[in-house]
Design a protein around this ligand. Sequence first.
Ligand SMILES: NC(=O)c1ccc[n+]([C@@H]2O[C@H](COP(=O)([O-])OP(=O)(O)OC[C@H]3O[C@@H](n4cnc5c(N)ncnc54)[C@H](OP(=O)(O)O)[C@@H]3O)[C@@H](O)[C@H]2O)c1
Length: 305
Amino acid sequence: MKAIVVTDQAAEAAGITLAERPGPAPGINDVVVEVRASGFVPAEWEWASTWVDRSGRERTQAVIGHEFAGVVASLGYGTTGFSVGQRVFGITDWHRDGTLAEYAGVEARSLAPLPGNVDFTVGASLPISGLTAWQGLFQHGRVRAGQSVLAHGAAGAVGSVVTQLAREFGAYVIGTGRAADRQAALEFGANEFLDLGHDDLGEVGGVDLVFDVIGGEVQRRSANIVRPGGTLVSVVGPVEARPADGLAIDFVVESVPSQLTEIVDRVRDGRLRTHIGTIVTLDDAIPALNPTERRKGKTVIRVRP
Ligand SMILES: NC(=O)c1ccc[n+]([C@@H]2O[C@H](COP(=O)([O-])OP(=O)(O)OC[C@H]3O[C@@H](n4cnc5c(N)ncnc54)[C@H](OP(=O)(O)O)[C@@H]3O)[C@@H](O)[C@H]2O)c1
């Protein structure tokens, strides 16, 4: 099968190649998916799981990409709940060969059915940003109606979903980003917008929840504006700054089928809009995967027409 593999972290874009690889064999409780489309998060390049397995051994020629939409091609021993030909979407294990390939092996417990009227390209754009927003807001941030949320990077892939879901659940949302992101953040539903290059975070007063997708100095300044009893949730590594009288949580998103269904239901009925910035084919994908290039919105790779 065709697959996009990485060979050398130091080589950056030059270490990404389109290669011919053996297709995956389904393990116990696995599904092999014929991938139709795959999302891509540029920071994957920096994740340890791209380069070592769960025992710390070096991974050679790892297939990158971890979110996908496709069709079940075969079932492993003992797999229940899915049938060959079924449309599915989800996230594959970070340490396992991924989804920028014609086929991917994935644990059945990580999959949800993809409704027939949702395009594979849309389905592939949802799992990582959708679940990250859902889990950060509701599981870790425990946001409630009437609370205030500072949604960093509100025009980005994760931040745009954070903004929409927080509004839907009755929160007041202050979106942040660069000056050029203002209109997009407001269109995703932010009640107001803060330009991080110009406005002072301190002017915000107190918020109940900060959703951090940026880290560094922005995170440090954000910790100071969390109200007593509030929470700073970060998805960019271990939290470096804690609110004086609140919680700080960092997490890595997990594939939870019931939450995938909540998300895709919202896309179907128009409550949620996905933010796809770039769509390319697998054969033409490599320039779009350059980890040093910034792109607006989610990059989706169409693996099959
Ligand atoms: N832990 C997890 O499970 C998890 C899951 C998903 C994502 N993540 C991480 O979350 C981060 C965001 O992911 P994403 O897919 O949402 O990326 P994205 O689409 O690039 O969104 C990030 C947004 O924040 C903006 N931004 C970044 N730095 C900024 C700054 N200093 N000032 C103002 N705006 C700034 C970006 O603007 P520009 O494009 O102009 O820079 C962009 O609009 C990544 O680091 C990713 O690895 C973690």
